[in-house]
Every structure is written in structure tokens, then in C-alpha cells.
Write a protein that binds this ligand. Structure first.
Ligand code: C2O
Length: 518
């Protein structure tokens, strides 16, 4: 492999992705940020400079295993201190997976303000295509900054509705009839240009903070070839439901159209209520597929019936191409999801797992505690120690999350440092300890799975990666409300697997964080 080097500047500035002006946070001035390309087996060196004046930051490379490399996972409070204003942190890791993913700030709600971008790692695909169209980001978007929404409403409970959504950082917005100085122009829809008889690869990413989408292109079908960073046996569908943090690679076969056919089709991301997101979002978001690049006409195509209910993942269709079974369940932890409403000493609504919430300490991350040999356990918050028996066999840790709340919303659950195998995802029922219905034969394998409302999710991951790894709901508000826990895996082997160079970088970033007068 070769070494690929990138420079990312985290900065604030005015932006108007849908024609409506506000303050954003960006990587290098664009939403999404620059795409990071590499080949399978390359090394990546990414320099992240915090050019904001009054905010820390940290960048997470979503879905990457970071084998024996948890220092580069980018989670403030777990794997690093915040990067202080004016400071640069260099992240270094090997590209051991291939396919489509994304990076985003893992510092509080920053990615809701625009701090996300794509990562594309070339490698084998389970079906051929002609043209790679790259990432297609389906994001939700507010005209008010997420940090403002947090302090005024979100922290107290039910999430606020965002105004709209963006496709690859662009959309239209109808300005109100009364003059509004923030309405600079009407914005623009994202357009894809198709040529007849061509097979296109589209790498869907949902970086939304609170929206589940049903993605489709009118008049076309989608052949799904990968979920997250895992190639699957191709299957064809009219639409793909995609939850937060998830990715799907889809191949779209262009029509054998003729030059006289204007051929404009809506590309749609329909908002699905009840899937964790709100169902009163003001509009479904659209882009345009054109066969004639000079056309400016609005499509008149009709869409597939939009799914109005949350149907979770089609687990039976999501069969990994490389077949792997779960053979040796070593340990199971059950975590019951609840919440504590605002009040009696709590100034915000908190989600709980086994009655406690995760609180991250940006000044004293878990890995620093591991390096000093501090006692991490027991803790007043959600840290779970896991350790294989070193039997020489592969050993799987199982996490069962049981939703014990009456809320009924789904939660997209993300695990760092591993792919996991989805053993069960059952809506509306309480897990009774019977594991005989669990699927251990080549189950769906990925890095974000949906916990169905009032039901349970059972996932298994291999204990093969010493480090401190977060598990959390990828609804941004919920993560900020503590819906998170941390696995400290094979604690005694963490330090020996790490490079001194990376430990030095960790210490340096922490020193400048401590020196920053917050
Ligand atoms: Cu995509 Cu913990 O994050």
C-alpha cells in the first residue's frame, strides 16, 4: 500500500446550502467536506487543524476497525482530549476495509452544523458497475444552529424538528413572502446526469442527526451491494430505508433512453416517521436524475409509494458476501434502555442504560486513565469491561439492548472498533432469555443497526481488538443525552498494541487542551 495524506481545517463561517444563510461548521469550507480516497491496504495520514476560536473538536472515522489503534478513533473523552483551538492533531491508520464510509466530528453536536465528509476505499465489489458517482449524503438541516436548538429545546426531551434536508449539501428552499434577509437565493437541487445503458454506483450515507430516509429514484430500481463496509449478496429493490450513520452502496441501471426523451426523474429521500426521527418534518427531500444534461425542466415522474412506517432493516436480504458464522458466544451483557426526565436536580432529559448515562470527560479520556494504570472500574457511568479468555478460539461478546421505555421510537445503535453480527432485532417484545431463534448463520453484519421501539436488539462482536470503544445511539440528540456506553476491551493489552508515536501525539494534544483557557 501507499501513504495518502490529507489536511482538514475545522472552521466556522457563513453558509447557505439551501439558499438560507446561517453559521456553519465545515471541513475546509464545504458541506460535505472533502472526500478521502484510498486503496485497500493504504496508510492514511490526516492532519486535522482546529481553526475555530472557541470550541474544541475531534474527528471520528466512522466504521473503521482501528485494530490495535484505538488512539486514532477520534472520540473525545474516550480515545483523546479535545483538539484545542489553533492545535493540529495528526491521525494515522491503515485502510483494512474497503467500500464507503464517512468521517464526522465526534465532538458534541458539531456534525449537525456541517462537519462531515465521505471516505471511499477502493476494493472488490460484489457486482460490476461502469461509473462510480461517489457518496450521496442524505442529511437533515436546520436554519437554526443545532447548539441553539439543544439549549432551547432538545436537551429537555422531545427533539425539535429541523427545517429541511440536503442531498450532498444542497437543496432548494421557498423563501417566505415577507422579506427575510437570511434568504439569499432559492438554493439548488442536487443533480445526477445519467447516460443511457450505463450502470452507476451510488454510495448512500445518512449523516442526519434525526431522520430515517426511504431512498428511491423514480422509474429505476436499486441493486444493493454493500451495507456499511460489508459487501452483501446483491438484491434488487425499489427503495432503501437508511437510518442514521448507515451506508448502502447501490447500483442503478440507467434506462436505454433516446435523445428525444427528456428523461428527468426525481431522486427522493422520503422521511419516515416513527423510526427514531420525527414524523412532522416539513418535507421529503429530492434531487434530480437527468438524461439530458442541458435540461432544466422539473421532473414530472411519480414515485414509488413511500413507506410510511418504520420497517427496520430487511435483515433476510442483507446477507454478507463473505459468509461468517457466530460460533462461540463468550459473554452476554444485557443493557436496559430507560430515561430520566428533566427535573429533580437534572437540568436535562437523560437516556439511561441499566439506569446510568454516559458522561464523557474531554480532559481525562479513558485511554489516558488506562495509560496511568488508574482504576477505571467501577465507574459511576456506563463503562463495561470485556476480556476474552484467550482460549485461542474466536470469542464473541453479545450485547442485548432492551428498550424498556414506552416511547416506541427506534434507535440506530453504532459500535466503534468492530463490525457486529445482528443476531436478533425484534420490535415490541421483551427478550425472555431464549436465544434459540437468534440467527448465528451468516447474519447481517455491519456497524449501525436499528434497535426496534419497545423491543430488543442483540448484536455479537468478536473480542479481537483491545481498546476503548463507544456504543451509542446515532441520533445526535440522544447521544448528547447520554444514550451511550463504553466497552473497555482487553484493558491489560491496550497499551502494548499501540505505537509510541501515537501515544506521544495523544499526550501532546491533551497538554494543549489542558493549557487552553476554556
Ligand atoms: Cu458515526 Cu460514534 O459515530
Amino acid at each position: 500500500g501507499e501513504t495518502q495524506e490529507y489536511w482538514l481545517s475545522v472552521q466556522t463561517g457563513e453558509c447557505h446550502p439551501d439558499g438560507y444563510s446561517r453559521t456553519c461548521m465545515t471541513f475546509n469550507g464545504t458541506i460535505p467536506g472533502p472526500t478521502i480516497f484510498a486503496n485497500w491496504g493504504d496508510d492514511l495520514v490526516i492532519h486535522v487543524t482546529n481553526n475555530m476560536k472557541d470550541n474544541g473538536t475531534a474527528v471520528h472515522w466512522h466504521g473503521l476497525h482501528m485494530r490495535d489503534n484505538s488512539l486514532n478513533d477520534g472520540v473525545p473523552g474516550v480515545t483523546q482530549c479535545g483538539i484545542a483551538p489553533g492545535e493540529t492533531q495528526t491521525y494515522r491508520f491503515k485502510v483494512t476495509q474497503y467500500g464507503s464510509t464517512w468521517y464526522h466530528s465526534h465532538f458534541s453536536l458539531q456534525y449537525a452544523e456541517g462537519l462531515f465528509g465521505g471516505m471511499i476505499f477502493n476494493g472488490p465489489a460484489s457486482e460490476n458497475y461502469d461509473v462510480d458517482l461517489g457518496n450521496l449524503f442524505l442529511s437533515d438541516w436546520g436554519h437554526t444552529e443545532a447548539f441553539h436548538l439543544w439549549s432551547t429545546t432538545a436537551r429537555f426531551g422531545g427533539p425539535p424538528a429541523l427545517d429541511t434536508g440536503l442531498i450532498n449539501g444542497t437543496n432548494t428552499w421557498s423563501c417566505p413572502t415577507a422579506p427575510d434577509s437570511r434568504c439569499v437565493d432559492g438554493g439548488k437541487k442536487h443533480e445526477l446526469i445519467f447516460e443511457e445503458d450505463t450502470k452507476y454506483l451510488i454510495r448512500l450515507v445518512n449523516p442526519a442527526i434525526d431522520a430515517v430516509w426511504d431512498f428511491s429514484i423514480d422509474g429505476h430500481t436499486l441493486t444493493v451491494i454493500a451495507q456499511d463496509l460489508v459487501p452483501i449478496k446483491p438484491y434488487t429493490t425499489n427503495s432503501v430505508q437508511i437510518s442514521m450513520g448507515q451506508r448502502y452502496d447501490v447500483i442503478v441501471q440507467a434506462k436505454p433512453t433516446t435523445k428525444t426523451d427528456d428523461g428527468n426523474y426525481w431522486l427522493r429521500a422520503g422521511l419516515i416517521g416513527g423510526c427514531g426521527g420525527r414524523n412532522d418534518h416539513p418535507e421529503n427531500i429530492t434531487g434530480i436524475v437527468r438524461y439530458n444534461k442541458d435540461s432544466t425542466a422539473e421532473p414530472t415522474s411519480t414515485g414509488y409509494p413511500l413507506s410510511t412506517s418504520c420497517r427496520g432493516e430487511p435483515l433476510a436480504s442483507l446477507e454478507p458476501w463473505l459468509e461468517l458464522n457466530v460460533t462461540n458466544i463468550f459473554n452476554t451483557t444485557q443493557q436496559n434502555l430507560g430515561f430520566l426526565p428533566q427535573g429533580s436536580g437534572r437540568d436535562w432529559f437523560q437516556w439511561t442504560l441499566n439506569t446510568s448515562s454516559l458522561h464523557l470527560n474531554w480532559s481525562d479520556p479513558t485511554l489516558g486513565q488506562v495509560f496511568r494504570g488508574a482504576a477505571i472500574f467501577p465507574t459511576p457511568y456506563n463503562v463495561v469491561a470485556v476480556q476474552p479468555s484467550n482460549s485461542g478460539e474466536k470469542e464473541w461478546q453479545v450485547l442485548v439492548i432492551q428498550d424498556q421505555t414506552p416511547i416506541g421510537a427506534d434507535h440506530p445503535i453504532h459500535l466503534h472498533g468492530h463490525d457486529f453480527w445482528i443476531l436478533a432485532a425484534e420490535p415490541g417484545i421483551t427478550f425472555n432469555g431464549n436465544t434459540s431463534t437468534w440467527n448465528t448463520h451468516n447474519p447481517s453484519r455491519r456497524d449501525v443497526a436499528v434497535l426496534p421501539g419497545r423491543g430488543y436488539l442483540a448484536i455479537a462482536f468478536e473480542l479481537d481488538n483491545p481498546g476503548a470503544w463507544l456504543v451509542h445511539c446515532h441520533i445526535a440528540w440522544h447521544a448528547s443525552q447520554g444514550l451511550s456506553l463504553e466497552f473497555v476491551e482487553s484493558q491489560s493489552r491496550i497499551r502494548s498494541g499501540l505505537l509510541d508515536r501515537d501515544v506521544d501525539e495523544f499526550e501532546r494534544v491533551c497538554r494543549s487542551w489542558h493549557a487552553w483557557p476554556q
